[in-house]
Ligand binder design. Structure first.
Ligand SMILES: Nc1ncnc2c1ncn2[C@@H]1O[C@H](COP(=O)(O)OP(=O)(O)OP(=O)(O)O)[C@@H](O)[C@H]1O
Ligand SMILES: [Mg+2]
Length: 186
């Protein structure tokens, strides 16, 4: 299977998860995340707004706000394949962009630069034990991580974990993966 087929396969498996199972596993992942020192000590967190089939990040954003953290979400530029984070203070500031994703409106939000981030929660579709990822295919996070030196954690359902993945020259691993069953230190 090539990366494109692997992305399609896992998206189908994720979309087939029953709502109660999805909610419970997302809750288990969030609870594990809140117990990590990286989360507890982070004042400024970068996170994506999850699509329907991904581990729910809306609850992490809510909890981060309630506990006084600064939440930053990315705006992707498809022409340059680059990404800029903006502070998010309310969900209603998000706008729907391509592929049904939600992003901040750069005209209304404050930009946040990578040296201001304590923790980046890196999205992905598939992960291996070393922290390598198959993401959504834009290379946005691989480009971003090449100049980011802070902490990185990914969230994944157990079905998104494989023993090994095809790794390409720009792929960079994350430091930890939090799943509904375990925390993997990569
Ligand atoms: N740092 C980089 N510099 C130049 N090109 C890059 C860089 N990182 C990734 N790319 C290119 O971007 C394309 C997509 O990369 P890849 O398939 O690894 O995406 P991905 O990891 O699924 O996406 P993402 O990083 O957004 O989660 C590939 O052609 C890859 O070579
Ligand atoms: Mg990659």
């Amino acid at each position: 299977m090539d990366k494109k087929e692997m992305r399609k396969m896992i998206k189908q498996r994720l979309a087939a998860m029953d709502r109660p199972v999805y909610e419970q596993k997302s809750f288990d992942i969030a609870a594990k995340m809140y117990a990590l020192a990286e989360w507890k000590h982070a004042k400024t967190i970068a996170i994506t707004v999850s699509a329907d089939f991904e581990v729910d990040t809306w609850q992490l954003i809510r909890f981060a706000w309630l506990t006084g953290k600064i939440v930053c979400v990315p705006k992707c530029s498809p022409d340059t394949k680059s990404m800029q984070f903006y502070r998010l203070e309310k969900f209603s500031d998000l706008e729907k962009v391509y592929a049904g994703l939600y992003e901040p409106n750069p005209e209304k939000a404050t930009p946040i630069f990578s040296n201001q981030l304590d923790l980046v929660i890196v999205p992905g579709l598939l992960f291996d034990q070393k922290g390598f990822r198959i993401g959504f295919g834009g290379g946005y996070y691989d480009r971003f991580l090449s100049s980011y030196e802070g902490q990185t954690i990914s969230l994944a359902f157990s079905i998104q974990l494989l023993e090994t993945l095809p790794v390409e020259k720009y792929d960079l691993p994350v430091q930890k993966i939090v799943t509904d069953e375990e925390i993997i230190i990569c």
